[in-house]
Design a protein around this ligand. Structure first.
Ligand SMILES: *[C@@H]1O[C@H](CO)[C@@H](O)[C@H](O)[C@H]1NC(C)=O
Ligand SMILES: *[C@@H]1O[C@H](CO)[C@@H](O)[C@H](O)[C@H]1NC(C)=O
Ligand SMILES: *[C@@H]1O[C@H](CO)[C@@H](O)[C@H](O)[C@H]1NC(C)=O
Ligand SMILES: *[C@@H]1O[C@H](CO)[C@@H](O)[C@H](O)[C@H]1NC(C)=O
Length: 471
């Protein structure tokens, strides 16, 4: 009797659903959860225009702040991925901490008492950067927000007792001139669910289903980032991480579906191949024009992404090196993401601030050659004179020549650009002076540069050439 009734109700329900008029679910969603479909999405246009971003690595590793942000695994990994770092850390721990002190014990000293997101935004803006990417959670698993999926291992439960992400996002939005992005590590070195999935050769997905997948959605729904910068993907395939499913949700249904930009770190099968823009490797800077949009993620401290107290002046890039890296990157179609590591108390150290300020001073004068520029297809660097890089605008009729060195006798020879009668040549920042140019017997363009005392910036200089001949 009960069974019959049940069957009857079931019949009613199924017939009701077949009669029901089509709802929005019948509209095919544009992106299917497979790379073939996802890779067809065009990158939102804003990303290519802005060129310069700031990367921020901040977490519990910022408390010991020696060695690098890989402190925990270098110390406790079995085997350690970095034996030299392990020796250094063992010595440091023995000398400064009681036996039995754990990595987790550092979290209470992640105090952030001077963390003022408004000041961070001021520093970021002074650099000329147009976006920021903060580590929401690095490989240690510590969440910089009160996550429902990270009990007692997040910045609200222990340490700062603040919503670090929320505060930065608030300050970024209030300012209104930079885009807000989040970095997120898929794997967590010591998460028990991850370790057991890994033991099962990733045939089980308890870590992804119960932690990572809902956590990524939580991040997107709460903080609406315009960049989702994924990392820590390499030990397992994108199928294990459910990356295709996540991205189809992100592109189709999420609150940032029209603006969000992602990278290529979604599984060991995706780097430099699938996703949004390509990062390929840390500090990727190929020096040749790339067909696909890419980003050079690099760090001002050459040896670490997290803050390291023992770093010396020589460990940081000089402004000249930073600007040269930016120029080469943009000339080849990349964006640059420049990393700083704040201290545990929330300070972006003056050495970082100084470098970023120098970059901003340079961009104030030379930004016209960088922002919203395109690589020049004819040449990315000059074929004859070294350390000359090009960018372009106006359908390649305007070419910017970026010099990393000031040439001998104030005379520059270029093999690539061909000028026309209506071309004009000026140096950015030297407003009222047209530069004289002639073509040599060897078809080189010979440009007389302005007197160097009139030039406003050091480090690199831009000659703008209009009405260039299209070859
Ligand atoms: C944060 O910094 C801004 C800018 O310097 C300042 O106006 C503000 O009072 C600071 N906030 C706090 C809580 O100290
Ligand atoms: C995982 O793969 C290794 C090597 O192929 C194999 O020896 C091991 O039995 C596998 N473990 C599980 C749990 O399937
Ligand atoms: C231009 O750049 C390429 C690739 O980075 C390099 O191999 C080449 O030597 C450069 N040309 C000159 C003239 O420096
Ligand atoms: C560039 O070329 C396109 C298509 O040929 C044209 O519509 C556009 O006006 C051009 N832009 C400039 C700045 O010349």
């Amino acid at each position: 009797m009960e069974l019959l009734l049940f069957l009857f109700i079931l019949k009613l329900c199924s017939s009701a659903s077949t009669i029901a008029p089509p709802t929005q679910t019948t509209t095919p969603s544009p992106y299917q959860p497979n790379w073939n479909s996802l890779d067809k999405r065009l990158l939102p246009e804003w990303f290519d225009k802005v060129k310069v971003g700031i990367f921020i690595h901040w977490g519990v590793y910022s408390v010991p702040s020696i060695s690098s942000e890989w402190f925990w695994i270098d110390w406790k990994g079995n085997p350690s991925p970095n034996k030299k770092a392990q020796e250094l850390i063992n010595k440091f721990m023995k000398r400064n901490y009681k036996p039995g002190f754990t990595y987790q014990d550092f979290a209470k000293d992640f105090t952030a008492e001077f963390y003022n997101a408004t000041e961070w935004v001021e520093i970021i803006k002074k650099s000329g950067a147009k976006y920021v990417v903060l580590t929401s959670k690095h490989h240690e698993g510590f969440a910089l927000w009160p996550s429902d999926y990270s009990y007692s291992w997040n910045s609200m439960d222990v340490g700062p007792q603040r919503d670090i992400i929320g505060e930065l996002r608030q300050a970024v939005l209030k300012d209104g001139s930079i885009r807000f992005g989040l970095y997120h590590s898929l794997y967590e070195w010591f998460h028990p669910l991850y370790i057991s999935d890994k033991k099962n050769n990733f045939t089980t997905q308890n870590f992804v289903n119960n932690k990572i997948f809902p956590e990524m959605k939580e991040l997107v729904l709460h903080y609406k980032p315009d960049i989702f910068w994924s990392d820590g993907e390499w030990e397992a395939g994108s199928e294990y991480w459910r990356s295709e499913e996540f991205l189809s949700w992100l592109y189709d249904e999420s609150p940032v579906k029209d603006t969000v930009v992602v990278n290529d770190r979604w599984g060991h099968d995706t780097l430099c191949k699938h996703g949004g823009y390509f990062t390929c490797s840390d500090r990727y800077n190929p020096g040749t024009l790339q067909a696909h949009k890419w980003e050079n993620a690099m760090s001002l401290d050459k040896n670490s992404w997290g803050f390291v107290r023992t770093s010396r002046a020589k460990d940081y890039l000089y402004a000249s090196e930073l600007i040269a890296t930016l120029i080469k990157t943009v000339a080849c179609g990349g964006n640059i993401l420049i990393n700083v590591g704040p201290t545990k108390d929330g300070i972006i150290a003056p050495i970082f601030e100084e470098r970023l300020t120098q970059l901003g001073q340079w961009l104030k004068v030379n930004g016209e050659a960088i922002y919203e520029s395109y690589p020049w297809e004819v040449c990315q660097n000059d074929t004859t004179t070294p350390d000359i890089w090009y960018t372009s605008k106006d359908n390649a009729t305007t070419v910017y020549t970026l010099m990393l060195h000031w040439p001998h006798n104030n005379v520059l020879y270029l093999a690539c650009p061909e000028i026309s009668r209506s071309s004009s040549l000026t140096m950015l920042g030297v407003d009222d002076e047209k530069l004289q140019a002639t073509v040599t017997a060897k078809k080189m363009l010979k440009i007389s540069l302005p007197d160097k005392v009139k030039v406003k910036t050091d480090w690199a200089w831009t000659i703008k050439i209009t009405n260039v001949k299209i070859p």
